[in-house]
Design a protein around this ligand. Structure first.
Ligand SMILES: [Zn+2]
Ligand SMILES: [Zn+2]
Length: 290
C-alpha cells in the first residue's frame, strides 16, 4: 500500500477518504488535520466505474472533484446503513444536477419492508429538505440489497450483515488479487470483550486494507456499550487476528481532537506493528493505493 494522490498505476484500488468522522459533522481548529465531514470513501479501480462507500457529508467534496473531470457521473454507492452520518450528503452531490448522471445506490433491505428508495424519499423531501428527490435531474437507482456476492464491472463485491443498530451491511471488494473491507459502524460485544461474527470475519479475513469503526476509548465504550460501535483497540484486535495488512481507523468520534487521535494512534500502531499490521488513522483528503 502506498500513499499518493497522483496515480493508481500498478495498484488495484485507489482509495480516497472524503469524510472520516462518525455521528455528526463537526468543525474547529482542533480537528483541522483529520477533518469533520462524515463517512464517505471513494474507490477507483482500473476498468471499473467509481465505487463509493456511504453518502455522508464528505460526498460533497468527492462531487466537486468529479466536476473537474466531467459533469456527468456514472458510479455506484455501497451504503452500509441509513443513519444520518452515512446518508446526508446525497442531495449535495453536484453531479446529480446533470440529467445524464446515473448513480446506483445499494443499501440494506429494511426489517419493516421500507425500501431504500422510500427511505431516501422521506429524508430528502419537504419540510426536511426544500425539494423532493424527484426534482433532481440525474437518475438515482436504489437497490434493496441482501447479503450476497455480486460484481460491479470487474470488482467482486461481498455484502454481509454486521452488528450495529438497525440493518447494516459491511462490504468487501476484491480485484486483481487485492482486497478492501469497509465496516464503519461495528458493534463490539457489549461486555467489552473481543469476538466477531462469522459474517464480519468473512469480510475482513486477510484483506490488504480494512477501514474500520474506531469511535470509542475503552472508558467511553463502558458508558455507551450498546450504541453500536467499538473501541479502536477492538479494531486493532480484529485486524491483527485476521491477517489484515493495513488498518485505517475510521468513524472518529466528533469529540476527538487531532492531538487526542495522534496520542491514541501512537500506542495502537505499535500493537499493530508487533503483529505485522500497519495501523493509521484516516484523514480527510488522504489517498492510499492498494
Ligand atoms: Zn455512523
Ligand atoms: Zn450508524
Amino acid at each position: 500500500m502506498g500513499d499518493s494522490s497522483a496515480t493508481s498505476r500498478g495498484a488495484a484500488f485507489s482509495v480516497t477518504f472524503h469524510g472520516v468522522r462518525g455521528s455528526t459533522p463537526c468543525h474547529g481548529n482542533d480537528i483541522i488535520r483529520y477533518g469533520g465531514n462524515t463517512s464517505c470513501v471513494s474507490v477507483l479501480s482500473p476498468g471499473s466505474q467509481p465505487i463509493l462507500f456511504d453518502l455522508g457529508t464528505g460526498l460533497r467534496y468527492f462531487g466537486r472533484e468529479c466536476l473537474t473531470r466531467d459533469t456527468r457521473f456514472v458510479g455506484t454507492c455501497l451504503l452500509t446503513h441509513s443513519h444520518f452520518d452515512h446518508t446526508q450528503g446525497l442531495p449535495f452531490f453536484a453531479p446529480l444536477l446533470n440529467p445524464d448522471t446515473v448513480f446506483t445506490v445499494h443499501g440494506p433491505r429494511q426489517d419493516d419492508g421500507m425500501t431504500v428508495k422510500a427511505m431516501f424519499d422521506k429524508l430528502v423531501s419537504p419540510p426536511l429538505f426544500p425539494v423532493g428527490l424527484d426534482r433532481i435531474p440525474g437518475t438515482i437507482d436504489f437497490v434493496d440489497t441482501d447479503e450476497g456476492d455480486f460484481f460491479i464491472d470487474r470488482v467482486n463485491v461481498r455484502a454481509r450483515l454486521i452488528p450495529h443498530v438497525g440493518p447494516t451491511l459491511g462490504y468487501r471488494l476484491d480485484f486483481d488479487g487485492r482486497s478492501i473491507a469497509y465496516l464503519p459502524d461495528h458493534q463490539q460485544p457489549k461486555d467489552g470483550s473481543h469476538g466477531i461474527s462469522d459474517a464480519a470475519r468473512e469480510l475482513v479475513d486477510g484483506v490488504d486494507l480494512l477501514i474500520h469503526d474506531s469511535q470509542y476509548t475503552p472508558e467511553e465504550f463502558a458508558r455507551k456499550a450498546d450504541w453500536g460501535h467499538c473501541t479502536a483497540e477492538y479494531a486493532v484486535w480484529v485486524a491483527t487476528t485476521h491477517g489484515v495488512k493495513n488498518l485505517a481507523l475510521f468513524h472518529h468520534d466528533p469529540s476527538r481532537s487531532d492531538d487526542a487521535l495522534d496520542a491514541r494512534l501512537s500506542c495502537l500502531r505499535s500493537v499493530g506493528a508487533a503483529a505485522g499490521c500497519n495501523v493509521f488513522a484516516a484523514h480527510e483528503g488522504q489517498t492510499v493505493l492498494v
